[in-house]
Design a binder for this molecule. Structure first.
Ligand SMILES: *Cc1c(COP(=O)(O)O)cnc(C)c1O
Ligand SMILES: [Zn+2]
Length: 435
C-alpha cells in the first residue's frame, strides 16, 4: 500500500510524497487529497474485520475513525495515534422529525456525540496524527468554532501545543471556552479571516507549526469514516439520500470521497445522493450550483446566519464539493433562519437536539420533500453535525420568543416552550398540569 498527496485539479493531478508539508498544490494552487494504491487484500473481508473490532478494547478499534483504518491508510505502521474515542456515533430514529419533514421515516446520524461535541473530532484525530508523524510540536488553525475546540483537545491529548488564531471581536463563546479549558493558546488578531490565514501560513514553517485548517487533506480522510461507519451500522444497505449542512464544504468533500471509494472497492453497489443545505444568508455554494457558470464561486462578502458553524462566505473546499455533489446526482438547497430555528426545535422535541447548523438538514428535507425532489418513502439519513449544548443562548432566546435573525427580524417561536413562574400553591399547580 502506498499513499501520496495528489492535486485535485483535473488538468494538473500532480503527485507529492505524503510527508511533504504542503497545504495547496505547489504547481497550480489546487486543493490536495490523499490517494492510495489498490489494496493487497480483498475489501470484502474487511467488513467482517470491522465488525469484530467493535468487541475489542484496543483504543484503535474502539475509535469510530481508526476502526476503519484500511480506508485511511496514510500513516506508516510505526506512527503514533491519539484517540479520544471519536466516532462510534449513533443512528437515531426520529418519527416526529420525519413527519415534520414529510417523510415516512428519518434517521439521524448524530456527530454531536463526539468527545468535543462535533464531527470535527473525526477529522482532527487524523490531522493531529499527521502532525505527530511529521515531528511537529505545534498545531494551529484560524477558527472561532468547533475546529478550535476539537484541535485544542486532540493537541493537548497528544502533547502538542495548540495555537488558535481568532478574528478579534468575532467570538462564539460556547466553543471558545472549550479551547481555553483544553489548554490552547488563543490569539485574537485585529484582522479578518483571510488576512489572518495568510499571516499564519507565512509564520507556520519557521515556528514549526502544522496547520489543521479546513483544507487539511488528512482531516478529510478522518471525516470519510462517518460514511463508512454509517454503512457498517446499516449492514451495508445504501440510503437513497444523505443530507448534511454545508459551510466550508469539507464534510461534503469527505462524504463524497468516502462513498466513491467504497463503490470503487466494491463495498457498496450504488451511491446515495448528497443533499447539501446552506443558510440563506451564507449560500455561495447554492448560488454556484444553480448558476449556468459553475467555474467561479460567487463568494458572499458578509455572510450572515445564526447558525455560526455554516456562516462561511468563501468556502475553500468548493471544487471538491461540487465534484462530489455532481457525481452523486445530488442537490444543494438553502433555508431561512426561521426554517432552521423551527427544525431545530422539532429535533429537540424528538429528545435528540443539535446545534443550529445541524438543524439546516431537517429544514432542507422539509423543503426538498415539498418540492418533490426527495420522495416521501425515500430512505434518508440526515447528519447532525454538532451537540445541542454548543449554543444554549440561541435555544433560550428561541423558546422565550426573543430570537432575532441577523437582519433584525423577529424569529417566531412556532415550537416555543416557555418556562412558567408559578406560586407554591397546590391548587394552582394542579389546575395548570391538568390542562
Ligand atoms: C464545521 C461544521 C459544519 C460545516 O461543515 P463544513 O465541512 O465546513 O461544510 C456544520 N456544522 C457543524 C456543527 C460544524 O462544526
Ligand atoms: Zn495542481
Amino acid at each position: 500500500m502506498t499513499a501520496e498527496l495528489a492535486c485535485f485539479e483535473e488538468r494538473c493531478r500532480a503527485r507529492f510524497p505524503i510527508t511533504e508539508v504542503i497545504y495547496n498544490c505547489p504547481r497550480c494552487g489546487g486543493l490536495l487529497e490523499a490517494v492510495y494504491s489498490a489494496p493487497e487484500t480483498s475489501p470484502a473481508a474487511w467488513k467482517t474485520r470491522w465488525r469484530e473490532r467493535r468487541m475489542s478494547n484496543d483504543p484503535m478499534d474502539q475509535s469510530g475513525v481508526w476502526r476503519y483504518r484500511e480506508l485511511i491508510p496514510f500513516l506508516s505502521g510505526d506512527s503514533r495515534v491519539v484517540s479520544l474515542r471519536e466516532g462510534s456515533t449513533p443512528l437515531l430514529e426520529a418519527p416526529r422529525a420525519a413527519r415534520y419533514g414529510g417523510l415516512d421515516r428519518l434517521v439521524f446520524k448524530h456527530q454531536g456525540y463526539n468527545p468535543t461535541g462535533s464531527f470535527k473530532d473525526n477529522g482532527m484525530t487524523c490531522g493531529v496524527a499527521q502532525a505527530l508523524r511529521l515531528g511537529r510540536r505545534r498545531v494551529a488553525c484560524v477558527s472561532t468554532g468547533n475546529t478550535s475546540a476539537s484541535m485544542a483537545a486532540y493537541a493537548s491529548a497528544a502533547g502538542l501545543q495548540a495555537v488558535i488564531f481568532l478574528p478579534h471581536g468575532n467570538i462564539a463563546h460556547g466553543k471558545l471556552v472549550q479551547a481555553l479549558e483544553y489548554g490552547a493558546r488563543t490569539l485574537q488578531v485585529d484582522a479578518n479571516f483571510d488576512q489572518i490565514l495568510a499571516l499564519v501560513r507565512r509564520i507556520a514553517e519557521p515556528l514549526g507549526i502544522y496547520l489543521v485548517n479546513s483544507i487539511n487533506p488528512f482531516r478529510i480522510e478522518g471525516q470519510k469514516t462517518i460514511m463508512v461507519e454509517m454503512m457498517d451500522q446499516r449492514d451495508w444497505r445504501e440510503p437513497d439520500w444523505v443530507v448534511l449542512p454545508g459551510g466550508n464544504l469539507g464534510n461534503t468533500s469527505a462524504f463524497g470521497k468516502a462513498l466513491r471509494e467504497m463503490l470503487q472497492l466494491g463495498l457498496i453497489r450504488r451511491l446515495p445522493r448528497l443533499a447539501v443545505i446552506q443558510a440563506e444568508g451564507s449560500a455561495p455554494f447554492y448560488e454556484l450550483f444553480h448558476s449556468p457558470d459553475r467555474s467561479r464561486l460567487p463568494r458572499v462578502e458578509h455572510p450572515q446566519t445564526l447558525a455560526t458553524a455554516i456562516r462561511i462566505g468563501d468556502p475553500v473546499s468548493w471544487p471538491k464539493a461540487l465534484h462530489e455533489v455532481t457525481a452523486s446526482n445530488g442537490v444543494v438547497e438553502r433555508v431561512s433562519e426561521q426554517e432552521i430555528a423551527d427544525a431545530k426545535a422539532v429535533i429537540g422535541q424528538c429528545g435528540i437536539g443539535c446545534e443550529p447548523a445541524s438543524a439546516a438538514t431537517l429544514a432542507g428535507i422539509h423543503k426538498l420533500v415539498a418540492a418533490g425532489t426527495i420522495r416521501a418513502d425515500a430512505d434518508v439519513v440526515a447528519v447532525l453535525t454538532g451537540n445541542v449544548l454548543k449554543d444554549p443562548d440561541y435555544i433560550y432566546r428561541y423558546h422565550s420568543g426573543e430570537l432575532k435573525a441577523p437582519d433584525g427580524s423577529q424569529i417566531m417561536a412556532n415550537f416555543g416552550n416557555h418556562s412558567l413562574l408559578v406560586p407554591c400553591e397546590e391548587s394552582q399547580i394542579r389546575i395548570l398540569l391538568n390542562n
